[in-house]
Design a protein around this ligand. Structure first.
Ligand code: CTP
Length: 147
């Protein structure tokens, strides 16, 4: 039996990578039911002013196909309280790259008031969607394999 009943995390999860998998795997160790909110394409455009590589439908399907994930929902808000009012989760997970930031200190305090804990999951170093985008920018041409 896990410590918490319902857990929640949110992100874009574009070009699904090992950092995303590690986040879900560790989050699921703490809860029986893991909800993952995936940013819609419109929301990513609004926030980052650049499109995702993979569409919302595909990103949501890939996340849903991950064995640690129990439920996928669309996300179009920065407010974690809005999400909490919908899903009433007991714990929120976020990578520890956000730990101690003004934004998450505030979210953590707000969630605490409704009895929801925040757990910072160790960030997987050396990989991110941004890093993959950079690498793809470096070289996309195929090279002939040397025999
Ligand atoms: N995350 C992680 N380890 C990584 C990359 C991301 O633990 N190497 C976590 C983030 O802390 C966040 C979640 O995965 O809790 C979703 O991050 P997301 O922004 O979707 O992925 P990134 O790869 O960080 O994307 P970007 O480079 O566009 O910021």
């Amino acid at each position: 039996m896990a410590k918490y009943k319902v857990g929640f995390t949110v992100g874009t999860f574009d070009m699904f990578h090992i950092g995303h998998l590690n986040l879900f795997r560790q989050a699921k160790e703490y809860c029986d039911h893991l909800i993952v909110a995936v940013h819609t394409d419109e929301w990513v455009m609004h926030c980052k002013n650049r499109p995702t590589v993979i569409s919302y439908e595909d990103r949501a399907a890939i996340v849903a196909g991950c064995r640690y994930v129990d439920e996928v929902v669309p996300n179009e808000t920065r407010s974690k309280m809005e999400a909490w009012n919908k899903y009433h989760f007991d714990v929120a997970f976020i990578g520890d790259d956000w730990k101690g930031t003004e934004v998450w200190n505030k979210i953590e305090a707000e969630l605490k008031e409704v009895g929801c804990d925040t757990i910072y999951i160790p960030y997987t170093q050396g990989i991110s969607t941004t890093e993959i985008r950079k690498k793809l920018g470096e070289k996309t041409d195929k090279v002939e394999a040397k025999q």
